[in-house]
Ligand binder design. Structure first.
Ligand SMILES: Cc1cc2nc3c(=O)[nH]c(=O)nc-3n(C[C@H](O)[C@H](O)[C@H](O)COP(=O)(O)O)c2cc1C
Ligand SMILES: *[C@@H]1O[C@H](CO)[C@@H](O)[C@H](O)[C@H]1NC(C)=O
Length: 202
């Protein structure tokens, strides 16, 4: 008979925090959740108020359907959630999409909601933090925040399409972007074609 620790994840199961904010691109966050589910990753979802608004406006999902894709959902105001502490082990966090407001909050270390607090925990614990920062064009303030956060160890991943895939649909573009995001966590969605040199049959 072996002892089971109630809060210990199965040794092989990775655990990733997914935060969604009010930048455009709700579909990216949804696709990340779907991909992580298929890869059997334990997900902890945090959604901002404006993420809920963009989900309703931009997709066919209701925020409750998006929440149902995650293993655990934490309220953005719940500073007592497990993910708010560095002692709760995770394999990293992705903020997708990430608004300039949340980027600025993370940049300043001003942890006034659970998203910026959990991101702060990732940086202090030297864990992976990927920010799918979305805005265009970019101001001096945005660029400075991105540069300084990069120097602090986070990865800025703007959801910029690769035109060489000759995407036939938005779904195709999203799959490619999400595949490249999850590459950063050493996860392979298998949902997109990788560059393999010029294809000469054309
Ligand atoms: C439809 C819509 C699209 C938006 N797109 C962006 C965006 O791409 N980037 C951005 O930084 N803010 C965008 N915003 C503004 C943010 O939602 C706003 O700054 C909000 O305060 C972000 O808060 P949050 O980071 O807590 O979600 C958008 C707002 C709306 C309503
Ligand atoms: C995108 O990935 C999903 C799996 O997550 C797959 O079912 C779908 O066919 C893919 N879309 C395209 C256009 O390749």
């Amino acid at each position: 008979m072996h002892t089971e620790h109630r809060h210990a994840p199965a040794a092989s199961r990775k655990r990733i925090v997914v935060a969604m904010t009010g930048a455009t691109g709700a579909a990216l966050g949804i696709k990340v959740l779907i991909a992580l589910r298929r890869l059997n990753i334990e997900t902890h979802l945090i959604m901002s108020k404006w993420a809920e608004a963009t989900i309703k406006y931009e997709t066919d999902y209701h925020p409750s359907n998006v929440k149902a894709l995650a293993d655990h959902v934490h309220n953005i105001n719940d500073m007592a959630a497990p993910v708010a502490s560095g002692s709760f082990k995770t394999d990293g966090m992705i903020v997708v999409p990430c608004s300039m407001k949340t980027l600025a909050g993370i940049h300043s270390g001003f942890c006034d909601d659970l998203i910026s607090r959990t991101a702060d925990v990732m940086l202090k614990e030297r864990r992976k933090l990927v920010l799918v920062a979305r805005e265009t064009p970019l101001s001096d303030i945005h660029l400075r925040n991105m540069l300084e956060i990069t120097r602090s160890g986070a990865i800025i991943f703007p959801p910029v399409p690769a035109y060489y895939i000759r995407a036939a649909s938005v779904d195709d573009l999203i799959n490619q972007s999400v595949g490249r995001m999850l590459d950063l966590f050493d996860l392979d969605t298998g949902d997109f074609e990788r560059w393999d040199g010029w294809q000469t049959e054309k």
